[in-house]
Design a protein around this ligand. Sequence first.
Ligand code: B3K
Ligand code: ZN
Length: 869
Amino acid sequence: MPAKAKYRKDYKKPDYTVTDIFLDFQLDPQQTQVTAKTAVQRLNPEAQQLRLDGHGFQFASIEVNGEPFSAYRQDAESLSLDLSGLNQERFELEIVTLLKPAENTSLQGLYQSGSAFCTQCEAEGFRQITYMLDRPDVLARYTTRITADKSAYPYLLSNGNRIAGGELDNGRHWVEWQDPFPKPSYLFALVAGDFDLLQDRFVTKSGREVALELYVDKGSLDRADWAMQSLKKSMKWDEERFGLEYDLDIYMIVAVDFFNMGAMENKGLNVFNSKFVLANPATATDEDYHNVEAVIAHEYFHNWTGNRVTCRDWFQLSLKEGLTVFRDQEFSSDTGSRAVQRINNVKLLRTVQFAEDAGPMAHPIRPEKVIEMNNFYTVTVYEKGAEVIRMLHTLLGEVRFQQGMQLYIAENDGKAATCEDFISAMERASAVDLTVFRRWYSQSGTPELTVNDEYDERNKIYRLSVSQATPPTHDQLDKINLHIPLKIELYDGQGHQLDLQDEHGPVSNVLNILQDNQVFEFHHVYARPIPALLCDFSAPVKLDYDYSDEQLLLLLKHAENDFVRWDAAQTLLANELRRNLQRQQNGEEMLISPLLLDTFGAILEDYQQDIELTALMLTLPKETEFAERFNVIDPSGIHAVRQFLQKNIAEYLKTMLLKVYHRIDLPQYRPERQDIAQRSLRNVCLSYLAVTEFGNALVNTHYLHANNMTDTLAALSAATLAALPCRDALLADFEQKWAHDGLVMDKWFALQATRPDEDVLQNVIKLMDHPSFAFNNPNRLRALVGSFVNQNPNAFHAVDGSGYRFLVEVLIKVNSSNPQIASRLIEPLIRLGRYDAQRQTLMKRGLERLAKIENLSKDLFEKIEKALD
Ligand code: B3K
Ligand code: ZN
């Protein structure tokens, strides 16, 4: 497969654009006919060739200005029209294509989800519907007419406002939609099907009434309320915090069961993975509730950051995604717990994004080179992208940041913009020099900050020397210095925070790190202080400062910054893990330090001070979180040491854990902040107690008494991970209750895949024949296969290579049915550089086998090629 890369530097303005498009869909699962009438405008007077993107359909006919047209060349990916005979600045094209939605398992373009039709066009799915200038800088006004059988598809939806509709004699009906806002093709959407509908309304701050419509599978209406509440909350928040108001008369959300990712922000018609819509206490956990709210918010926020202002080309993806993730994180922080939100974001960044930077797919938040765009919807573009926006926010402060946002939107509304347009607006609005800061857009990798300090007793001066360096990455060997905001606090030996002053007076606690090495002096410091560094995780970097356990303890107890307190606990645990891994590798006995046990005891004792943070501090990092602290990962060692730590903490604290466990009592389920915090602490206690002598009885009772999915799953998970005697009965009970519901069964599949048992892989293979499993449903695949390869590193990285072989077999199948999902699943296999020689050889063998298969998709090709390079 000659997969050709595209480079950011090669961007050229289009020679032609489409100003208006009329789409007519005659829907049928086996043969859908699409007629696309486009008004084309020539932008470059010299241009004579019009190249349209398109593949995966049958091309029926083309007319130019109402006349049959034959001066074209067709290849596997495009149709090129020779327009040398047509010297017109504006003309009309009419193209007819034939599609087979029922056979489209790639879930891009027009496809069937269950019995409904839906579309997914981002990034380049529109070209699977018709020939089009399928690039985000071509913005057109869309009118869409949909015709389908009325009884099977009573609802026919598309972007914008419904302008007409009618019945036909043959049992079919039609609806016409018009979207007044010009948009790129990737924001086009169509949905047709039979649904249950939840309706509501929202009045915007300027008094406009917006109809809100939420479409769900028949019978799922009792799981739709939370999503609707979340939507209204998001609309209100965006008005209050960003001054941004909704612009159409209707906002629709449709939940579908077959979807490659979380959701899609199509103008006025969001299509969602049902996982991020449906929630009620019996089926959804606290985490699910949070995710539904956050994804609803994210897609809604795209209406301004993504839709009204879109991207010029796909290299600019972080322009909309990084910014929108930042906005949804702020929404969750303002409406829930800022500390919990921050800590969870940092966990994701440190485990998944740092790993991406350290692997073969390393790329800057604005990539330079892409083979398959869908491969770049990454944690780097999204989450690191959001961190870059957050750093800007830290440097500018809320007021200047919002002024920058207003300028950015005023200048770019209705346009396709670049990251540079954004940063330039921020710079001009704030008058802060962002010259060096811009490098975050072009440099990949995780910077490392090394901090040393000295205390000058005589002059009462405390000096922090900070140096920065970014190690080379797979895509980029040479690195330069960046602009890094380093937020600090200083504490005295009693845990009181000191005011920061230099020789002239008070100074900001955000240090601007711009050079390779910098020294900061603080005056009037009367005793050697303890520094809290990288407060709130003010930059996506690794920090190297040689904290003693005593210093960490002081921060853990006294720091005012919640992130710092949590991070101190993490570092203590990681140090403990590291020491024991060493002991284990030397054949020595593992030991746990009394200091750690006492510290955890004290945190638990004081839990009422801050229940949310206590729960987070006591949660033992996952094996994958621990793994990211090592250059070379020892999956089985980490597994063993983590179990040792869990067991020892549990044994030492069991009386107190039991006390807290029993003291927390929540009679009824409410997804509210205080309750979530209490449930989460109680369930952390349960996870430790599970490995003590109380485990089996306690977990069993917890399961039987649970009146919500959060508690049910906590019991099931504790039973599974601790391999308790009650486990099999509980798993069987759950299976029998929920076998009919794929979304709920995903929780069960995920648990099965993370069993610590020796035969876990055989079990996973067997479950692929389970009646609730469906190979072509991405949610099922992610739950079972995704959980095994990502969340069970000990089994996936088994030294006999069985985990790798299994993944390769699965990938060979998914490569042909759904390349995007295959490309997500392959991730843990391409990071071979992080493992020992034996595992590397086995992983490489798997990749080489994949490289040779016929019809290897561009998606997998791009990753395999880099991994084997
Ligand atoms: N913009 C979509 C993601 C599209 C992914 C294409 N492979 C959802 C989001 O980020 O909001
Ligand atoms: Zn997004």
